[in-house]
Design a protein around this ligand. Structure first.
Ligand SMILES: [Zn+2]
Length: 479
């Protein structure tokens, strides 16, 4: 089945047709490592992860690159304040920009692990690609599409008629604001920096291009340099958050295409902003959560992952703590269903005669169809839960259990939000006092003290577990 993805450039669904048959190249704009990653960042990163997993599931060999922005990410405030995010964090903490970058990069990798992200094949740091950025800047200067003023190098937007083709924007407030605040050296307010000079900046390099001055790169140029280094001048898919579309991706297109003379990206994909409690996340509203904040509240990486991927990446997703509780319940439903199939498969529970053949086909096809249509995770999950309902009602045979587990294993491979194959009997994972209660209940039943046995059952339930009586003896299960 063809995979159709929404291309922000053509504003339409487009079939994924990689430049090299069977192989897909993907570039994702990665984190700026000046503070702890928040859950909004991870909506976008998890969408990239699910995209990669599904494309692999469909038989492609994927090469995935995600950069780490450890220098040069300028925002409007940064430009007006003459300071980038790394430098601002350094000023506030008294530590060097290099130290800060190192710390938050490590934290980012930790979050990736907690959220079960399949690690990209390459995660280059911008600070290690200064020569490659220099080579592009040098070429753009030679071609006359970039110019130098007081050591700063700007891309001349007027020399690239396609500027604006991704975002549809012609003139941005940010750029015109920047002109007023900082300089009149740009020929056109739309022109953007490729290289900047600033004595106060901690991260500095000798100019990696001819005739330049010591300084540091702009943000946009790093993604062009790193994607080209690993993936060549043309890539199949480029993703980011919707806030990356302008100016960042617009500028990436301009400088890369002016440099190579070829279309840069086959399909541009952008994840929508995450809303928290119905509004944009902000520290002043008290609805700003880092990944660590959520894990600190006792939720697992799996539950957070589920809550952040459950809605298709282009749809509005409103994150709430209640949503995390729902995620926990949803994961529990799937885990319990799988657990029963494991028991039937392993002969720990008597099976029936149903082989689930029709349900397996319906679930597999429904899942593939939903994911193939622009990664519709909500629809794909609906197919999974329909399957759970059928399995729960069925007297499943051993063959049916195996087939059902294969469906869940594939879903897990793509979405990664339900955890690995459960154990047939999780009694041993329960808190010791609950295991002791199980023995007490057995004794109570033996002396026919059913009131005591029922009271124990209630205590176990209050702790979030349940007692299941089976042929081989009673056991504990979650929920
Ligand atoms: Zn980027």
């Amino acid at each position: 089945m063809p995979i159709r993805l929404h291309n922000s450039l053509t504003r339409s669904l487009q079939e994924l047709q990689p430049r090299t048959p069977g192989k897909v190249t993907m570039y994702h704009c990665g984190p700026t490592v000046y503070s702890s990653p928040h859950i909004g960042n991870f909506r976008s990163f998890l969408f990239a992860d699910v995209l990669r997993r599904f494309v692999e599931d469909q038989g492609y060999q994927v090469t995935q690159v995600m950069n780490v922005t450890d220098v040069g990410h300028l925002t409007q405030d940064d430009i007006e304040g003459g300071e980038d995010k790394m430098e601002a964090a350094s000023r506030k903490t008294g530590r060097t920009a290099w130290d800060i970058a190192k710390q938050y990069e490590a934290e980012f990798h930790d979050c990736q692990r907690q959220l079960l992200v399949r690690l990209p094949h390459h995660m280059p740091r911008a600070t290690e690609f200064i020569p490659q950025m220099g080579a592009i800047i040098d070429d753009l200067l030679q071609k006359g599409v970039a110019y130098q003023k007081n050591g700063n190098v700007y891309f001349e937007v007027a020399r690239f008629p396609d500027y604006g083709k991704l975002s549809g924007k012609v003139l941005d407030e940010l750029e015109s604001g920047a002109r007023v605040a900082v300089n009149d050296e740009k020929k056109d307010p739309r022109d953007f920096a490729l290289w900047k000079t600033d004595d106060k900046h901690q991260m500095q390099w000798d100019a990696p291009f001819r005739g330049g001055q010591r300084g540091f790169p702009g943000w946009h140029i790093e993604c062009s340099a790193m994607s080209m280094h690993y993936l060549g001048p043309q890539i199949d898919v480029h993703t980011g958050g919707e806030d990356n579309m302008f100016p960042h991706h617009e500028c990436e297109i301009a400088q890369t295409e002016a440099h190579t003379g070829k279309p840069f990206v086959g399909i541009w994909m952008h994840a929508r902003h995450l809303l928290v409690d119905g509004t944009k996340m902000s520290k002043s509203l008290g609805n700003f959560f880092t990944v660590a904040d959520i894990l600190g509240k006792g939720y697992s990486g799996l539950e957070l992952r589920y809550a952040l991927i459950k809605v298709q990446y282009r749809q509005a997703l409103n994150f709430t703590l209640k949503g995390l509780d729902e995620a926990r319940a949803a994961i529990g439903r799937v885990q319990q269903c799988r657990q029963r199939l494991v028991r039937v498969r392993d002969g720990l529970e008597r099976g029936g005669a149903e082989d689930l053949a029709a349900a397996v086909v319906a679930a597999s096809e429904g899942f593939t169809a939903a994911m193939s249509e622009d990664l519709n995770v909500s629809e794909a999950l609906a197919a999974v839960f329909d399957f759970v309902a059928v399995v729960n009602r069925a007297a499943v045979s051993v063959a049916g259990a195996k087939a059902g587990l294969a469906v869940f294993a594939r879903v897990e491979d793509v979405l990664g939000c339900f955890g690995g194959e459960p154990k047939a009997d999780v009694t041993g994972e329960a808190p010791a006092e609950l295991v002791a209660l199980l023995a007490e209940r057995k004794a109570a039943k033996a002396r026919k003290d059913f009131a005591a046995a029922d009271a124990i059952r209630d205590r176990v339930a209050a702790a979030g577990w349940r007692i299941v009586d089976a042929a081989g003896g009673a056991r504990l299960e979650r929920g």
